[in-house]
Design a protein around this ligand. Structure first.
Ligand code: GCB
Length: 634
């Protein structure tokens, strides 16, 4: 019964997913933003069918009138906020609501759109304003929004109530997939007992993970902007304006000092900049992350307010050959990390102190890149990458696709929608240099060939200017997706999951791995994961698994081979993982995955120092650093 419900949510989830742009809400003279972060009322629906909230219409009045509620911070995962294991491990619908006053002038000005936007909520969301349903969305990690002006204006003298119901159930057709298993043996389990099975290695944190905002735009407004940059025609732009049939558009490009660098008119055009400042990665140039501001103004009728949206733009190119990855026509070597959005108490909720700390650690480490393993990260994080020159492989939540039933048409259709939402959101970030459509799918299963062929070609059609990959751990000979990728990304854990304890086998196995993949596909290769678990503070010499010394020697053995093969076709190395992170409970995990080079609280293990020495050495060899950044004088 529960699965049937889940299947219906999925079908409804597809509506509305593709209409309109998804510009990040920014304030301007024509746009105001009201951030609804803070405390919301919260109630998990513990009823046996998890359906009491709908049967009793919890959205039609205050949640606190339906039964007991607790305070819940937004943004945050709900799982680790209380002392209740039942809530930590809850599966089903949770309900949030809060009341607020909308500024009177927003309501009285009929020339304004008022948009409600959820930065992300995991996994399936339904949103009501004053009891009226305004939107549904399937999938975590990506934003969704609706114009709620009409609903709000019906009742201008009352505070407005926003209700959000979120369901974290994963099925074979969700992304990531999962399955609900009912335990029907009454001698073993209580009545109605079920569990959520997943095939991915991080805790399925849920709730409202990113800010909920109300923002305004004029009725004639900039709906979307797309830029494509190059050396000759520096910025080719396209603007879509909604609310007007023939909008004239004025575009001004200003440089970092606020000086006008170029202007243009029309909803599409080209901006050429004299002595253009290119966007460079961190440690590749003395002035990384250079951003212009593209100010777009549609010209509305004289009586109407004119919209203004300012998009940060970095001018750079990306190109791949069969042995190299180029940024701005210079070979780029990824020396970076894989991350997670994960921390104590808030789980996957956006947390500014953590975001800034992590960027400081990335810079300390000499990392120039990361992969958003295994789902899209907050837009605020990508904006930091743009500004600091941290290069990003942008991954969608296609992780744990292991069951053959998750390669069917329904799964593929949803995966395509997710890639569209991802490209729509992130296409203008100069830091994003490649899309990753999946992590370690069962790509040797027969349907994987057609699945990845379609998925990758669809992604390339959405964005012909960026390479596309997926991350493999399959046998190179049986991988049915690999023929379609631009860059091979491969994960391996020699001396860990295979040959545990035997670090001496790493060099030979790693060399074979690279030679096999490159020999067969003639593509550049990124070692997209490698590493070893360390319980911080455990020591042994000679090294043993789970000690700091063992992680050190695993890293050193991998690095020897990277140093040989990066002269040929290996274009990057991303450690698994930047920091320890929470997982489901199991015999292989000691309170989470401990492959971090930092602990979950961001303290370095000894592996971090090995990596720091290496990354700064690589940067000194390949980059152009100003004297003050040269490690160890940093
Ligand atoms: C992998 C997965 C990653 C896991 C990691 C591990 O291959 O891509 O999600 O956390 O291995 O530590 O097992």
């Amino acid at each position: 019964k529960y699965l049937a419900l889940a299947a219906r949510w999925h079908i409804r989830g597809a509506w509305g997913a593709l209409s309109g742009g998804m510009l990040y809400p920014r304030e301007s003279p024509s746009r105001e933003v009201k951030d609804l972060s803070g405390l919301w009322s919260f109630r998990a629906d513990f009823s046996p069918g998890r359906n009491a909230g709908f049967e009793k219409s919890w959205f039609s009045g205050r949640l606190s009138e339906t039964g007991p509620v607790i305070d819940m911070p937004v943004p945050a995962s709900f799982n680790d906020i209380t002392q209740e294991a039942q809530l930590r491990d809850f599966i089903g619908w949770v309900w949030y609501d809060r009341e607020l006053w909308v500024p009177g002038r927003w309501l009285s000005d009929e020339g304004l759109r008022i948009v409600l936007r959820v930065g992300s909520a995991h996994y399936y969301s339904i949103v009501w304003v004053n009891g009226a349903k305004v939107m549904e969305h399937e999938g975590g990690h990506l934003p969704f929004e609706a114009d709620v002006g009409n609903v709000l204006r019906k009742n201008p003298s009352q505070p407005c109530r926003i209700t959000i119901a979120v369901n974290n159930t994963l099925t074979l057709q969700t992304l990531p997939p999962g399955s609900i298993q009912h335990m029907d043996d009454p001698t073993m389990y209580p009545p109605g007992y079920f569990v959520q099975n997943i095939n991915f290695d991080f805790f399925n944190y849920a709730g409202i993970h990113r800010p909920v905002l109300l923002y305004t735009t004029p009725n004639v407004y900039i709906d979307d902007i797309a830029v494509q940059t190059s050396f000759a025609d520096n910025i080719v732009y396209q603007v879509s304006v909604a609310g007007s049939s023939e909008p004239a558009v004025q575009v001004t490009l200003t440089d970092k000092d606020g000086r006008c660098a170029a202007t243009s008119g029309g909803s599409s055009g080209t901006l050429r900049v004299t002595d253009v400042n290119l966007w460079w990665p961190y440690l590749m140039h003395e002035n990384p992350g250079y951003l212009y501001s593209l100010e777009v103004r549609p010209q509305a009728a004289a009586s109407r307010p004119t919209d203004l949206y300012a998009l940060p733009v970095g001018v750079r190119t990306v190109r791949v050959t069969d042995t190299r990855f180029f940024i701005n026509n210079k070979p780029f070597y990824f020396h970076g990390v894989n991350k997670h959005e994960d921390y104590d108490i808030r789980g996957k909720g956006l947390d500014w102190p953590l975001v800034v700390k992590d960027f400081n650690l990335l810079k300390w480490l000499g990392a120039n890149s990361f992969r958003t393993s295994h789902y899209p990260y907050a837009e605020e994080i990508l904006q930091m990458c743009d500004r600091h020159g941290i290069v990003v492989i942008d991954e969608c939540p296609g992780v744990g696709i292991k069951d053959i039933r998750s390669f069917g048409n329904a799964s593929l259709a949803h995966h395509l929608v997710v890639m569209e939402e991802l490209v729509r959101r992130d296409k203008n970030h100069p830091s994003v240099v490649m899309w990753s459509v999946a992590n370690e799918p069962a790509s040797e299963m027969p349907p994987a060939g057609r699945y990845f062929k379609e998925l990758i070609s669809h992604t390339k059609a959405l964005d012909p200017h960026r390479p596309v990959t997926f991350v493999s751990n399959s046998n190179f000979n049986r991988d049915l997706g690999a023929p379609y990728v631009d860059v091979i990304c491969v994960n391996s854990y020699f001396s860990w999951y295979r040959d545990p304890g035997h670090v001496e086998v790493i060099p030979i196995q790693l060399k074979t791995q690279f030679e096999n993949w490159h020999g067969k596909y003639q593509r550049p290769i990124i070692q997209s994961e490698y590493g070893a678990d360390v319980v911080s503070g455990l020591h042994s010499d000679p090294p043993m698994m789970f000690t700091e010394e063992y992680q050190e020697v695993v890293l050193q053995n991998y690095h020897k081979v990277f140093d040989q093969k990066r002269k040929e076709y290996v274009v990057g190395e991303l450690i698994w993982n930047f920091a320890d992170f929470m997982t489901a409970q199991g015999t292989l995990r000691v309170v989470g995955n401990k492959k971090g080079i930092f602990t979950r609280q961001r303290q370095p293990k000894s592996g971090a120092f090995i990596l720091r020495d290496r990354y700064w050495r690589l940067a000194n060899e390949t980059g152009r650093l100003p004297p003050w950044t040269r490690y160890p004088c940093h």
